[in-house]
Design a protein around this ligand. Structure first.
Ligand code: UDP
Ligand code: MG
Length: 315
């Protein structure tokens, strides 16, 4: 049996050697299972690729793909899944925030054949800025209200899947990849393991608050069309309100003819309604933008070099 381990790496020169050491130690302890490690260098501008090459020279199980620029973690994971050959394929971060030690148990559960996927979630967010945790919680609440696809709070991308599930994920070739949603959307039976939040070993997170916010909008737009209904709901609501207002004004005109007041309230209503209109156009714009990007059918990533072509050159 072969297990592929996909590791997206973006500027991980510091954590990479530590990760490899721990990962290799874990793999050596799991008997009767072959491993291949696929490192994806996501256009790093530090010495990550050199680090991966050094490891690949020593360890024949290691393969790598290097992108022509930074395409984002989602693209890196896609490339890794695409090139994986294992019966089971795992995805794991390079910063040791996903404990490789869990892999033994995950492989064990998957081997029993009941589940197609073993995924992990962190049960705490210790060490994270409180404001970020707050926004994260709100995001999960909103997206799960809006979308039929269940997005588990605290779910990590650290998971192991059977070949069937990997192939299903690979069938989704969209450019805007919100993988927490994609993994859930394909279905299959998933077993969840929990662990406490772990700080990254070295280097810094690549996710700023702003990037996370944009990513969360991507998730909502990618997995729900409910926001598009906001315009219709607001429209109906305002029709009803204005109908009531017209009737009230007509009655007032009959009882107290030629009474005149209400400039301020008129302006307030104009501002409110035009604000809602702009907001709805904004939502439309989001969907239009995503459709525009998808329709171009650009590749999800572009490879600059990989260990496979190196092997071909040598033979
Ligand atoms: N990563 C990547 N491309 C990117 C950003 C991140 O391949 O554009 C990788 C990164 O090297 C790490 C994983 O994705 O292995 C998770 O990134 P990070 O630790 O920065 O995210 P966090 O754990 O803070 O959510
Ligand atoms: Mg991390």
């Amino acid at each position: 049996m072969l297990v592929s381990v996909v590791v997206p790496c973006y500027c991980e020169e510091l954590s990479l050697p530590l990760f490899y050491k721990e990962m290799a130690a874990v793999a050596d302890k799991i008997h009767g299972t072959g491993f291949e490690f696929i490192f994806i260098d996501d256009g790093s501008h530090d010495k990550t690729l050199e680090g991966i090459k050094t490891i690949a020279e020593k360890d024949r199980r290691v393969r790598y793909i290097s992108f022509s620029r930074n395409f984002g973690k989602e693209a890196a994971v896609y490339a890794g899944l695409e090139s994986s050959k294992g019966d089971f394929t795992a995805v794991i971060d390079a910063d040791l925030q996903d404990p490789p030690g869990l892999l033994a148990e995950m492989i064990d559960i998957l081997s029993q054949g009941e589940f197609d996927c073993v995924a992990t979630r962190r049960v705490s967010r210790s060490g994270e800025p409180p404001i970020r945790s707050l926004f994260a919680r709100c995001f999960y609440r909103i997206i799960n209200r809006l979308s039929k696809t269940e997005i588990v709070d605290g779910a990590r991308d650290f998971r192991i899947m059977t070949r069937k599930m990997v192939n299903a994920v690979l069938q989704m070739k969209e450019v805007n990849r919100f993988s927490k949603g994609l993994f859930s959307w394909v279905g299959f039976k998933t077993h969840w393991l929990s662990f406490e939040n772990i700080q990254r070993v070295a280097g810094e997170t690549k996710w700023s608050f702003w990037k996370l916010l944009i990513y969360s909008i991507e998730g909502i737009v990618g997995f729900s069309t409910a926001p598009l209904a906001v315009a219709s709901v607001a429209g109906v609501l305002f029709c009803v309100i204005s109908l009531v207002a017209i009737i009230a004004l007509a009655i007032r005109q009959i009882i107290w003819p030629y009474s005149q007041y209400g400039w301020t309230s008129t302006i307030c209503v104009v501002f409110l309604v035009s604000g809602i209109q702009l907001f709805c156009i904004g939502i439309l714009g989001q969907y239009l933008a995503k459709t525009y990007m998808e329709i171009k059918k650009r590749p999800i990533y572009i490879v600059k070099e990989s260990s496979d072509e190196k092997k071909e050159e040598n033979t």
